[in-house]
Design a protein around this ligand. Sequence first.
Ligand code: ADP
Length: 404
Amino acid sequence: MGAAFEILALAAVGAAIALLLASLLQRRGTHAAHRPAQPADTAELENRLRDADARAAAVARDAALLVELVGVGVVRVAPDLTVTLANEAAHRLLGRRAGAMPGKSALEAFTDHRVEEIVRTALEAGSAVGELTVRTAEAPTILARARRTTSGDAWLVLEDVSELRRLQRIRAEFIDNLGHELRTPLTTVSLLAETLAADAGSLPPKAAERVAKIEVETGHLVQMVNELLDLSRIESGTAELLVADLDLAALATATAERMRLFAERQGVAIDVAAPAAVPLVRGDAERLGQALLNLLHNAIKFSAPGSTVTIRVTATESRVIVAVEDHGQGIPRADLPRIFERFYKVDRARSRVAGGTGLGLSIARHIVEAHGGRIWAESEEGVGSTFSFAIPVTGPDLRATPGA
Ligand code: ADP
């Protein structure tokens, strides 16, 4: 017992001494850190500074090498719009001889007011994007993206998208040709089926049933071809927007009227909720009417008889939002991110019964985006869906779009 006590006492004393030493050493350390630099320390400090400088220079050389290596054009512009850096690709893409850009004003350097405008917009708004065809012999299509840095300068990145756009044009032309080739025979088959169906009374019941099926399926095919043609025209930009002042509340009422008969057949009511005065937007009435019609058609199609579909129009200072709200079957969470893709259908068997091509939402998205707007969907399976789109009151800005 006595021995154990002695050991404990010794350990306690040892610990106390250790703590004292540690605190003394710590204080010495603090004093040393606050002592003015001695000549030996100055030399050490200089060494460290030299090392840091060398490392910074190596990083800068690496960054410069990377800027030259990447295939895209990279330009840095100061807040006063002077070009401070431009790589070889930027000179090539804009048709300037090597070294012609640094030190020049943006307009002198780019010799294209559209590029200057993109940079100016980014310096003011934070970011900007635009696409342009350069006026050189090769006339490349350039996607120009600019972003303001934390130091107030702007980075401008130029990407040659000529080949991508050429392939997209070929694809659109192919779909367009195919659509036109298919449309004529399909219309004939559809008309013939319609004529046969009109005479169904004189046909044996089995034949009448088959004719009715042919009529429905050719109807689907005609609709699919028409929508494909619409989509390819909108995608390729050949469908010109006829932009004018547009009252989206009036458009909502007119679209509800167009769908009234279909809704009645489905036993669904349509309600339009809009404030007394909605700001006018700049938009194409026919195209936006088509987008809204597609959303409304779906809302009715996927609703149970007896329910109500509401078109709700709201406005902020800068945009007008149109929402189509249903209490139908809803969309599973996993499918929601994909429903705006072309041909995407949540449940093929279900859509087959309801009819539809899987193109309606894709068309609506393209129309809304061509107006500089945004479209989105919220949905809960078994509860219902709300599809909304927002159109800026200023309409499509086809030059430099801030915020991209
Ligand atoms: P479709 O012509 O098949 O209706 P869309 O592109 O318009 O093609 O819609 C794609 C798919 O998204 C539909 O097949 C359907 O599964 C789903 N969908 C669209 N709108 C609704 C809605 N309001 N309620 C439930 N499902 C919807």
